[in-house]
Design a protein around this ligand. Sequence first.
Ligand SMILES: *[C@@H]1O[C@H](CO)[C@@H](O)[C@H](O)[C@H]1NC(C)=O
Ligand SMILES: *[C@@H]1O[C@H](CO)[C@@H](O)[C@H](O)[C@H]1NC(C)=O
Ligand SMILES: *[C@@H]1O[C@H](CO)[C@@H](O)[C@H](O)[C@H]1NC(C)=O
Ligand SMILES: *[C@@H]1O[C@H](CO)[C@@H](O)[C@H](O)[C@H]1NC(C)=O
Ligand SMILES: *[C@@H]1O[C@H](CO)[C@@H](O)[C@H](O)[C@H]1NC(C)=O
Ligand SMILES: *[C@@H]1O[C@H](CO)[C@@H](O)[C@H](O)[C@H]1NC(C)=O
Length: 288
Amino acid sequence: MVVVLEIWVLVILGVSQVLAISQNFTCNSTDLTALKGFMDGLESSIDGWWPTNSLSISSFNCCNWVGINCNSSSGRIVGLGLPKKRLIGGLSDLISNLDQLTKLNLSNNFLTGPIPISLFHLAHLEVIDLSRNGFNGVFLISIHLPALQELDFSDNFFTGSIPGLCVNSSGIRVVKFVVNSLTGIIPSEFRNFSFLTHLCLASNSLSGAISEFLFWLPRELDLQDNMFNSIGGPVSLDVSCNRLSGNLPDFFVACSIERKREGGDATAAKGAEPPQVTSIEKFDTTWH
Ligand SMILES: *[C@@H]1O[C@H](CO)[C@@H](O)[C@H](O)[C@H]1NC(C)=O
Ligand SMILES: *[C@@H]1O[C@H](CO)[C@@H](O)[C@H](O)[C@H]1NC(C)=O
Ligand SMILES: *[C@@H]1O[C@H](CO)[C@@H](O)[C@H](O)[C@H]1NC(C)=O
Ligand SMILES: *[C@@H]1O[C@H](CO)[C@@H](O)[C@H](O)[C@H]1NC(C)=O
Ligand SMILES: *[C@@H]1O[C@H](CO)[C@@H](O)[C@H](O)[C@H]1NC(C)=O
Ligand SMILES: *[C@@H]1O[C@H](CO)[C@@H](O)[C@H](O)[C@H]1NC(C)=O
């Protein structure tokens, strides 16, 4: 009887010790709950998260788990990066409880379903890369991410129009929606983002005019394989595989153009080539 009692005391002591340790070494409970929600949304597991048989005390701290970065002074999660981890399932709404998150990279997985709207309200989010997944759905609201710098939603199944960005996302540099099924026009509010250097919208079903303001973008503008029907003036232009017809605008004379990729139905635009093409560096309208 005494022996049995001693064993129970030992067991209880042991349990309370583990609890004390895990309480001390766990990360912020708000973040931990968010991670739990994120993981519950997945059908696959993440190696090394919630270790059940680990003897190392530090492994109880989610800040030490694979793919997680914490701010060392606040202890809050600021980065979640699990690219190419064969993740399967949906993206839980609870992920947006990671309210200090600055970088989210879940590219190259098998994630499906819509993106929770709450993710578009994270005040500190700077980089969001959800490219190469199976996400779908329509963007019903504008993206309200004031700290946003890079947004990559390429290679998914998004439909509907390009989402608006809030005016406060004035530091945005990169927007990529390549290879989706987006329709409609390029929102004119992009005109206001003076740091935007990469706008990649190739391989969608976008239509309307390619407005002149797009050519002020200094570095990369990818619009090939869409359904645009007129051009507004350029720096580096790829408009192959569209429905351009009629006269090419005067800017072909004034500016130098580089057609980065050839192909597409260039025959329609060919006859309209202006008479003096003087300063064009490369202009190839051949059909490959
Ligand atoms: C856990 O925290 C308590 C109080 O904050 C402290 O007394 C104890 O030493 C800590 N335990 C470990 C294992 O650090
Ligand atoms: C977790 O972070 C929140 C928000 O910063 C804070 O209020 C809370 O005290 C933190 N919890 C712990 C256990 O540190
Ligand atoms: C880390 O958190 C502290 C306190 O919340 C904050 O002052 C600091 O700017 C953060 N550092 C980074 C790199 O975000
Ligand atoms: C996301 O991770 C992949 C793989 O490591 C990397 O190639 C990509 O550049 C990252 N995305 C961003 C926006 O940093
Ligand atoms: C933009 O920032 C200003 C000042 O910080 C704020 O008053 C306004 O509500 C913000 N607008 C949006 C759409 O977030
Ligand atoms: C650009 O910003 C100005 C002032 O911030 C605003 O009045 C205008 O409506 C914006 N234009 C677009 C197209 O969003």
